[in-house]
Design a protein around this ligand. Structure first.
Ligand code: PLP
Length: 452
């Protein structure tokens, strides 16, 4: 018990947690000590179901034997050497594998170490591609409302989540903003929402295409921007407009990649071939920080030439292509193949869909959005009108605290509860987590009499 108190004191004294108001942590601390399967255990010995895959990354659960072994085998060879000017064995093998499993037009892999860095690379690659090609005017980026691509300055510039990004306004580069085809609270049908959004995008492309380098989006479902699902056909529509107006399509698969949506990559649902694709999170099964930016041979060739031609891509991080990360990613992808995980995920998604249906009748649940194992449950004050709770009431936050008490972890996005369990979750575990969410949401929203 003393040890526990010391840990907490020390964490309050020395740690600064990401995306966390530290007074919240001070009131409701949580210190994770171990994990097994999809269960996390804190330093008091209390257990929790991992309802958010330890922030959308974990795939096979914690302490997966094959992944542990892959890291240990690699440790016996080498932990890290630089990829600047020199390749390494697991980085080459993993690149081969990534090229094999991603859309056919993607032929080159550029590594980094987080989703945000993979996005920075995508931005700089797209920008320099046009410069190297002699199209100097093509410098602008188009983004969709509520896009989220990470927290570095480039990534927030092409992001669009007001709460996170507002304060950094003058640091960010300007983008052209197109509406996301948002269906909830819209008076139009999904088809109309799609057509209207594509019409607005077409108008932006038509007017500015000579200055536009690329458009960035999260295919099929926006994550941190609120778990917003694109109406069917929108993604394909964007690809067609990109081809028509000679604009690069950057698909950010950091959250959606590696089976999360019920296919290996979300773009596969609509047969879309992006010019640049970013991946991270699930790439190592949730073990080590590794990311990649994949692109076409055509883009790569614009950077290829003699040094004096000044076409080099001057970008790289110290841990780029780290051997431990690449080795565990390879072992992770082997399990995907052996267990046919993307197909299994699609089946689990059906179980989730039917179980979540029970939540629809709750008085304060306005909308349930889901693609595969990516779900958002939106809490509202008034179900009929979709009127939100006052933001200060933090219903999402309090609901997730209640879930924690009842043995499950997740984080909300405002009043949208995120449910993103590891792909390895059993149907029983899925049912248990949904029951906990249901009971907790009911307990918290019903308690708040002023809103009932
Ligand atoms: N892109 C998307 C779509 C994401 O969801 C995230 C993180 O949630 C990122 C990029 C940033 O990834 P990271 O947190 O690894 O920098």
């Amino acid at each position: 018990m003393r040890e526990q108190a010391n840990l907490f004191e020390s964490s309050m004294k020395h740690l600064w947690l990401p995306f966390t108001q530290m007074t919240d942590y001070e009131r409701d601390p949580l210190i994770i000590e171990s994990g097994e399967g999809i269960i996390l255990k804190d330093s008091n010995g209390k257990e929790y179901l991992d309802g958010y895959s330890s922030l959308w990354l974990n795939v096979h659960g914690h302490r997966k034997k094959e992944l542990n072994e892959a890291i240990m085998e690699q440790l016996d060879l080498i932990a890290h050497s630089t990829l600047l000017g020199a390749a390494n064995v697991p980085a080459i093998r993993l690149a081969e594998k990534l090229i094999e499993i991603t859309p056919a037009n993607l032929q080159r892999v550029f590594y980094s170490d987080s989703g945000a860095t993979s996005v920075e690379i995508a931005i700089k690659m797209a920008y320099q591609y046009w410069q190297n090609k002699g199209k100097q005017k093509k410098k602008k980026f188009v983004t969709l409302t509520n896009n989220y691509h990470g927290d570095t300055i480039g990534a927030i510039s092409i992001g669009n989540v007001d709460l996170f990004h507002r304060v950094y306004g003058s640091l960010m580069f300007q983008t052209l903003k197109a509406p996301f085809p948002l269906q909830y609270r819209s008076p139009y049908s999904g088809e109309e929402v799609k057509e209207r959004a594509l019409t607005e995008l077409r108008a932006i492309f038509r007017e500015h295409h000579e200055e536009i380098a690329a458009i960035t989006l999260e295919p099929l479902i926006q994550g941190a921007g609120g778990m917003n699902v694109m109406p069917g056909g929108y993604l394909k529509g964007v690809e067609e407009l990109c081809r028509k107006f000679n604009i690069l399509l950057i698909a950010d698969e950091v959250a959606t990649g590696f089976g999360r949506t019920g296919k290996m990559f979300a773009v596969e649902h609509e047969g879309v071939q992006p010019d640049i694709m970013t991946v991270a999170k699930g790439i190592t099964g949730g073990y080590l920080p590794l990311a990649a930016t994949l692109t076409t041979e055509e883009i790569y060739q614009e950077f290829y030439g003699e040094y004096e031609e000044m076409k080099t891509f001057f970008h790289g991080h110290s841990y780029t292509g780290n051997q431990l990360g690449c080795a565990v990613a390879l072992a992770n992808l082997e399990i995907y193949e052996k267990e046919n995980l993307a197909v299994q995920a699609a089946k689990k998604a059906e179980v989730i869909q039917s179980e979540l249906a029970a939540l629809k009748s709750l008085k304060h649940i306005g909308d349930i959005r889901q693609v595969g194992l990516m779900c958002g449950i939106e809490l509202v004050q008034d179900k009929e009108t979709g009127k939100p709770f006052p933001w200060e009431s933090r219903m999402g936050y309090h609901s997730t605290l209640e879930m924690r008490k009842r043995g499950m972890l997740t984080r909300p996005l405002g009043d949208v509860i995120v449910f993103m369990p590891p792909l390895a979750s059993t149907n029983d575990q899925i049912r248990k987590m949904i029951q906990i969410m249901c009971d907790s949401i009911e307990a918290v929203t019903e308690k708040e009499k002023s809103f009932v």
